[in-house]
Design a protein around this ligand. Structure first.
Ligand code: C2O
Length: 360
């Protein structure tokens, strides 16, 4: 767990990142949550109709839903206008990623007091990002007074959903810092790697689509038969993010899609292609909603139901993070609470899983 009173400037890149450049970043809040911050333990929304289930829909199918787009744009616009120090501001919402992914906090365990706390490349990856998207969505809903508001997901595991969804190409959801040659209608390249960053030719769309589906099959099914493979290695207190490797889906589609979207003419492939800046692009949240959905799909395919954890290990289950909720209260969330998605009162509109048939 992180020690909130240790926030400090950090490097924009983690040690084994593919980026050639880095610089110092300070993502700490102006008034740090230091000393004895008032923290509540997380509570699930009430399981009754008092909290309607929010339905996250595929972003590429929302282009004609004017009412929804007006709400989503309005909520983001309000966030962008809040004072930058407000925990609900677009700025602070994006900085959460920098705090937790660039190691701006040290670990809480006394023996690890000088070891940065980081949530990538390990079993913390899926639980952390589930909470991140969850709170972001509830804050957006709160800002427009709509407790049914749900984020879209970027359904790049379906051929129709592979390009950057059109709704992220305009209004408040647009971001200038993206690779121009990857704008629609180019299908995402789930096999994208850092050495393709300054490249040459890209394969024809049909070929890329087939490659994507085959790689999804591998990373969701054939190469992801055990939790250690899918979720990532077991990070222990005192380790600085370098256990023995990230999960299959964190490598691709997660990392590959980030790098593919980021602007390769920017020094660190901002925004999406680098941890400290990724969440400045609204598309980040649609990307992570899809990963969150793929986690739930993986669980279903591999027989993990309800609250059955992937690892029955207290060091994982009791790890915790802090987020500001929709009331701007600081909340402590534990990995064990992240496991049963249904308790959060959101769901994903079901779509076909064409990659299930893409066995090589
Ligand atoms: Cu914390 Cu997509 O990354």
């Amino acid at each position: 767990s992180p020690n909130l009173s240790t926030c400090h400037p950090t490097s924009s890149q983690i040690p084994d990142s593919p980026h050639k450049k880095s610089h110092e970043v300070n993502c700490c809040p102006a008034s740090p949550d230091s000393g004895e911050p008032i923290v509540r333990d997380f509570q699930f929304p009430s399981p009754s109709s008092a909290s309607p289930v929010r339905i996250r829909r595929p972003a590429h199918r929302l282009a004609l839903d004017r009412e929804y787009l007006a709400k989503y744009n309005k909520a983001v616009a309000i966030m962008k206008r809040l004072p930058p120090d407000h925990p609900h501001s677009w700025h602070r919402q994006a900085q959460i990623h920098c705090l937790y992914c660039n190691g701006a906090y040290y670990q809480a365990a006394a023996a690890a007091a000088d070891v940065p706390f980081m949530v990538h490349e390990s079993w913390l990856f899926f639980p952390f990002h589930r909470f991140y998207v969850y709170f972001h969505e509830r804050i957006l809903g709160k800002l427009i007074g709509d407790d049914t508001f749900a984020l879209p997901y970027w359904n790049y595991d379906s051929p129709d959903g592979m390009p950057i969804p059109d709704i992220y190409m305009k209004g408040e959801l647009h971001d200038m810092k993206r690779a121009t040659r990857h704008l629609p209608p180019a299908p995402v390249a789930i096999d994208y790697t850092p050495d393709k960053l300054d490249l040459s030719d890209e394969p024809p769309a049909a070929e890329q689509t087939a490659t994507n589906l085959a790689l999804l099959y591998q990373h969701m099914v054939s190469g992801a038969s055990k939790p250690e493979l899918f979720m990532g290695c077991k990070l222990r207190p005192g380790e600085d993010g370098a256990c023995s490797g990230m999960g299959t889906a964190e490598a691709a589609p997660h990392n590959s899609v980030h790098l593919w979207v980021g602007d390769a003419s920017m020094p660190e492939y901002e925004d999406m292609g680098t941890l400290y800046a990724a969440a400045r692009d609204p598309l980040f949240f649609a990307h992570h909603a899809n990963l969150d959905r793929l986690w739930a799909v993986w669980r279903r395919l591999h027989g993990y139901h309800g609250s059955r954890p992937e690892f029955d290990d207290p060091q994982w289950l009791d790890s915790h993070f802090y987020f500001h909720d929709e009331n701007a209260d600081l909340v402590r969330v534990r990995v064990r609470d992240a496991i049963d998605m249904d308790r959060f009162r959101y769901a994903y509109e079901e779509v076909d899983l064409p990659w299930l048939d893409a066995r090589p």
